[in-house]
Structure formats: C-alpha cells, structure tokens
Design a protein around this ligand. Structure first.
Ligand code: ZN
Length: 240
C-alpha cells in the first residue's frame, strides 16, 4: 500500500472515530439501562441544583441540525408546565424524544409518535412519566364537568380512577387522585402494549425497555416504578 493510500486510510479512520465518539455522546447505540442511568443521574443534578446544562448551547444545536437526532430516550409525560422533562432530567437539545398529553395518556397519535421514535430514531428506552397534583387525574377524580374535547382527552383515566375508588371506598377525591396518578402510569404502559404491536414486539425482543416513573412536583424528585408488573403477559406474542 503506497503512502498516499495509507494517508487516506488514516484520515478515514480519524473521521470514523470522531463520528463514533459523537454517537457515544448522543443516544445512538446507548442501551436502555445506560439511558436509564443517565436520566437518574440527570434528576440527581436537578435535585442538587447542580445541572450540567449539557447540550444546551449553539454548538449542540448546530451538530444536531447537521447530523440529525439520536435521542437518548422517549418520555411520555403530562403537558403540565411544571413537568419540563429536559430540565428535570438535566438533558438538552436532541436528548429526549418527548410526547406530552394531559394526564400522560396514550392514544393513536401518541403511539404513532412513539413508534417513530423507537423505529426511526433508535431510542431504546421509553419512560411513561406521571406526576403528583396532576390536573387531568384530579378532574376525573372529582368528576368535573369539562367542556369541549377535554372529556375525550381524559377518558383513558376514568377506569383507573374507578378501580382506585373501588379499592379505597372511603378515600377523599384528592387521595384517590394521588393514588390514581401512580396507577395511571401502569395503565398507560398497558395501553401502549395493547395498542401498538410494533412497540410490544420491540419490548418482547428487548429492543426497547418501557418503564414507569413518577415526578413529585413538591420536591423535584423522580421515583422509578420499573416495568409493568405484568409485562411478560402484556408483551406476549398475540397479546392485545
Ligand atoms: Zn398532569
């Protein structure tokens, strides 16, 4: 091999290593457990008031604009303005594929978005994030008469609240809402598996990991709830 070709090979090697290094910094190739560890670490930074502000500068914007996105994780969370996922997990531009709805519920639009994040963007961790003092869950618990499209938007929460109320007959509306907000996380995970054969298959094969989490707006802490307790049954071949 002459020196010119060796030189070219060396340059290609340097470029490849730079791309791989960048991919490692990004979410590409990151395992679900590693992604989970990074989110846990990020919330610890937020709690300690010591955010890194990583990936929030113009350089990061420029790199992701040029090279595309390789998000670390997908997070389905509530639209509540007190639950800003990038901030409370100390993440930045291009890190989180974020889907948000009132009550962090999942219908066909959200399923399609999550399938895109998993299949096309390669995110391997999906976090369903509920939170305390959730207005959507509270509205259902108080049986509030809402106008317009709101009843349809929160309809998936109705059976969750009913189950909690049946199990705790004497509980106040606020207590029911608090318990239902946590239970709703698992209901949403079950709804995702039931509604998306794509995500169900990816979970079954280990391509993605789906976990629940719960954000306490009173403290800033995220509790990790783990996978759905009946995950094996819910992701089984042919389940729906
Ligand atoms: Zn909420």
């Amino acid at each position: 091999m002459d020196r010119k070709i060796m030189g070219i090979v060396a340059v290609i090697g340097v470029i490849l290593s730079a791309v791989l290094a960048l991919a490692t910094v990004d979410g590409a190739g990151v395992s679900p457990d590693e992604a989970l560890a990074r989110l846990k670490e990020g919330n610890a930074h937020f709690l300690a008031e010591a955010p890194t502000h990583r990936n929030r500068d113009m350089a990061r914007r420029e790199v992701t604009a040029r090279q595309g996105q390789f998000p670390l994780a997908m997070i389905l969370s509530c639209s509540d303005s007190r639950v800003p996922v990038e901030i409370l997990f100390d993440q930045g531009v291009g890190d989180i594929f974020s889907v948000r709805t009132a009550g962090n519920v999942s219908g066909v639009m959200q399923l399609g978005s999550l399938e895109y994040g998993a299949e096309h963007l390669g995110a391997r961790l999906l976090v369903v994030l509920g939170h305390s003092k959730c207005g959507a869950v509270t509205a259902v618990a108080k049986n509030a008469k809402e106008p317009g499209n709101i009843p349809a938007a929160v309809a998936p929460i109705v059976p969750v609240v009913k189950a909690v109320r049946d199990a705790h007959p004497g509980a106040s509306d606020d207590d029911v809402a608090g318990m239902a907000a946590i239970q709703n996380v698992f209901q949403v995970i079950a709804d995702i598996y039931a509604g998306s054969p794509v995500l169900r298959g990816m979970a079954r094969s280990g391509r993605i990991k789906v976990v629940g989490a719960f954000y306490h707006i009173e403290s800033g802490k995220v509790d990790w709830l783990g996978p759905h307790p009946e995950e094996a049954r819910l992701v089984a071949d042919g389940a729906s």
